[in-house]
Ligand binder design. Structure first.
Ligand SMILES: CC(C)(COP(=O)(O)OP(=O)(O)OC[C@H]1O[C@@H](n2cnc3c(N)ncnc32)[C@H](O)[C@@H]1OP(=O)(O)O)[C@@H](O)C(=O)NCCC(=O)NCCS
Length: 145
């Protein structure tokens, strides 16, 4: 998927936020730490640094939402982290119920909140929550005692 296609899907999916430009996508993709997962009209862009995996953005074209694509991209990303990361995290606007529902379904929980983090084109700024999921670097989790 080209940076232009990514920017088009992103702008369609994030109608109330500033879209990311093709140039921004090109720069992110050039990083050796970035990973792109794609499906028809949808993608997830992630980054793993020092054992911490971050979901930079996920976008499904509105015409394709609610058909399991977002879940499938999250599963692809999380499976790819087996043995390579200790933690996965992401930021999401508190009013983005579909995304928070999806992230909760795949095992993320809220660990912090940032006031007024998302600037909106047509309304007041919205808080962000940080959601985190513990991973095991490929080893089974054992209880501390
Ligand atoms: C959030 C997003 C990636 C989800 O992708 P999707 O393909 O629509 O989601 P899926 O069809 O895989 O559904 C995953 C779960 O979310 C639920 N869901 C999807 N859309 C929903 C909606 N509008 N309202 C409530 N729940 C919703 C589904 O029912 C499903 O839950 P279940 O497993 O309990 O049945 C997509 O809606 C999107 O691109 N939104 C705009 C961009 C965005 O907000 N990105 C995240 C920013 S952090």
């Amino acid at each position: 998927m080209t940076p232009d296609q990514l920017a088009r899907i992103h702008a369609a999916a994030f109608r109330h936020d500033r879209g990311w430009s093709a140039q921004e996508f090109a720069e992110l993709l050039a990083s050796p730490f970035s990973h792109l997962f794609t499906q028809d009209a949808a993608f997830a862009l992630t980054r793993t640094i020092a054992g911490e995996a971050e979901l930079l953005t996920i976008a499904v074209d509105p015409d394709f939402q609610g058909q399991g694509t977002g879940r499938s991209l999250m599963d692809l990303w999380l499976r790819s982290l087996d043995g390579t990361a200790e933690t996965a995290f992401l930021e999401v606007a508190v009013d983005n119920a579909p995304a928070i529902h999806l992230y909760t379904r795949v095992g993320f929980s809220v660990t912090a909140r940032r006031a007024g983090y998302y600037l909106r084109k047509d309304s007041a700024a919205v808080d962000a929550v940080i959601m985190t999921k513990g991973l095991t670097l490929g080893h089974p989790r054992v209880s501390p005692d």
